[in-house]
Write a protein that binds this ligand. Structure first.
Ligand SMILES: Cc1cc2nc3c(=O)[nH]c(=O)nc-3n(C[C@H](O)[C@H](O)[C@H](O)COP(=O)(O)O)c2cc1C
Length: 359
C-alpha cells in the first residue's frame, strides 16, 4: 500500500496543511508551575513542524480550567508570550499549529491549580478518580461547585478570550477538547450533569454547552479557525451515559451549519457506534480521524475518502520526523513510557530524526 494519499496538501477552513499527517494533542507536562510553556516545548514542537498540522497539547483557557500538574494555559500575558515562541518556531519551518483548549472542570486537584481558582462542574458531583500531583503524589479530585448560569456565561467568555489569546500568540486556530471527561464532556454525561435547566436532561440540552463554546470562539476568531475533538462513548474520568449513540448524534446535529474548520473524531469506545462513518455522513466539514492508526491504515482512510486527514499521537513521541519516515517507508521508533510526563528534555526532545541518527 502506498502512503501517497497522506502526502497531498489540504485546506481545512483557513488552515493550510501541506500533508494529511496531523500530530494529535498530547499532554506532556513540560510547562512550568505557572502553566507557562518552556523552551523545551519550543524545541519539541519545532522538531515536529513537518506535520501537516500540529494540535498542541490540552491547554487551559483559565485558571479555573487547570487540573493537572505542569500543563500549560493561555490566559496570562506571560503564557501568551511563551506560546508565541512555539508558534514562531513552527511557522519558521513551514508548519501549521492550533492549540487544544482543555478545561478540566471537575477533574482537578487543588495542588495543581493557582490559589484562588475554583473547581467547577455542571453539578456538584465529584469525579470518582485520582490524578497525579507533584506535591502529594496521587490525589483525589476536588468536589466541584455546581456552575450557576453566570459561571457558565463566564466560562464561555473565558474560552472566547482564550481563542483570541491563541491568535495573539500566533496559533493558526483552536481545537475544543470535548472528550476524556473534561468540562464539555461533563456537560454531555448523565452522571456529572444532573441539571434541570436547558443545559441538562435531554441529549440536545447536554450538548448545548459545547455548542455555545464553539459559537463564542467562532464569533471571536472565525469558525474557519475552530475545530472540535470528540470520542463517542468515552468513559474516561468517570463519565456515564446510558445512550452515547444518541449523545453523539445530538452533538453532530448541533454542529451543522457552524462551518467549523474540522471535526477531529476518535474511534468510538463502543462497538455499536461507527464514529467515522457517521461523522462522514453527518458532518459538513473536514474530518480528521484518530486512534491506533499505522501509516498504511491511515493512507487507506484518506485514499478511500473516509477521512481528509489522520492524526497520530504515540508515533509522534519518538518520531519527530514522522512525515519523512512515512514518506520514505522507514521503520518507526518506539517511545519510553517512563518519561511521558516527567519534567525535562529526557524522553521529550532527545528522540533523533533519521537524519540526526545517521549523522
Ligand atoms: C502521552 C499522551 C497524552 C495525551 N494527551 C492528550 C491531550 O492533551 N488531549 C487529547 O485530546 N488527547 C490526548 N491524548 C490522546 C491522543 O491524542 C490520541 O487520541 C491517542 O493516543 C490515540 O492515538 P494514537 O493511537 O495515534 O496514539 C494523549 C495521549 C498520550 C499517549
Amino acid at each position: 500500500m502506498t502512503t501517497a494519499s497522506l502526502l497531498k496538501a489540504a485546506e481545512f477552513g483557513a488552515l493550510r496543511l501541506r500533508n494529511r499527517i496531523v500530530m494529535a494533542p498530547m499532554t506532556r507536562s513540560r510547562a512550568d508551575a505557572a502553566a507557562v510553556p518552556t523552551s523545551e516545548m519550543v524545541d519539541y514542537y519545532a522538531q515536529r513542524a513537518s506535520a501537516g498540522l500540529i494540535v498542541a497539547e490540552g491547554t487551559s483557557p483559565s485558571a479555573d480550567g487547570l487540573g493537572y500538574c505542569r500543563t500549560p494555559a493561555i490566559y496570562s500575558a506571560e503564557q501568551i508570550a511563551a506560546w508565541r515562541q512555539v508558534t514562531d518556531a513552527v511557522h519558521a519551518r513551514g508548519g501549521q499549529i492550533v492549540v487544544q483548549l482543555m478545561h478540566c472542570g471537575r477533574v482537578a486537584s487543588r495542588h495543581n491549580k493557582p490559589a484562588g481558582s475554583r473547581t467547577l462542574g455542571p453539578s456538584a458531583v465529584p469525579a470518582q478518580t485520582e490524578l497525579f500531583t507533584d506535591v502529594a503524589g496521587m490525589a483525589p479530585t476536588e468536589a466541584p461547585e455546581a456552575m450557576s448560569r453566570e459561571d457558565i456565561a463566564r466560562t464561555i467568555a473565558d474560552y472566547r478570550q482564550a481563542a483570541l489569546n491563541a491568535r495573539a500568540a500566533g496559533f493558526d486556530g483552536v481545537e475544543l477538547h470535548c472528550t476524556s471527561g473534561y468540562l464539555p464532556m461533563q456537560f454531555m454525561s448523565e452522571n456529572a450533569n444532573q441539571r434541570d435547566d436547558e443545559y441538562g436532561g435531554s441529549a440536545d440540552n447536554r450538548v448545548r454547552f459545547a455548542r455555545e463554546v464553539l459559537l463564542a470562539m467562532s464569533e471571536a476568531i472565525g469558525a474557519e479557525r475552530v475545530g472540535i475533538r470528540f470520542c463517542p462513548a468515552n468513559r474516561f474520568n468517570d463519565i456515564a451515559d446510558s445512550d452515547p449513540a444518541a449523545t453523539y448524534s445530538a452533538l453532530l446535529r448541533s454542529l451543522r451549519g457552524l462551518n467549523l474548520a474540522y471535526l477531529h473524531i476518535m474511534r468510538a469506545h463502543s462497538s455499536r457506534i461507527d464514529a467515522f462513518s457517521q461523522a462522514r455522513a453527518e458532518f459538513d466539514g473536514a474530518l480528521i480521524v484518530n486512534d491506533g492508526f499505522e501509516p498504511d491504515s491511515a493512507a487507506d482512510m484518506v485514499a478511500s475518502g473516509q477521512a481528509d486527514a489522520v492524526s497520530f499521537a504515540r508515533h509522534y513521541i519518538a518520531n519527530p520526523d514522522l512525515v519523512e519516515r512515512i514518506a520514505g517507508g522507514a521503520t518507526l521508533a518506539e517511545f519510553d513510557r517512563k518519561t511521558l510526563y516527567s519534567p525535562g528534555p529526557q524522553g521529550y526532545t532527545d528522540y533523533p530524526s533519521l537524519l540526526e541518527e545517521m549523522a
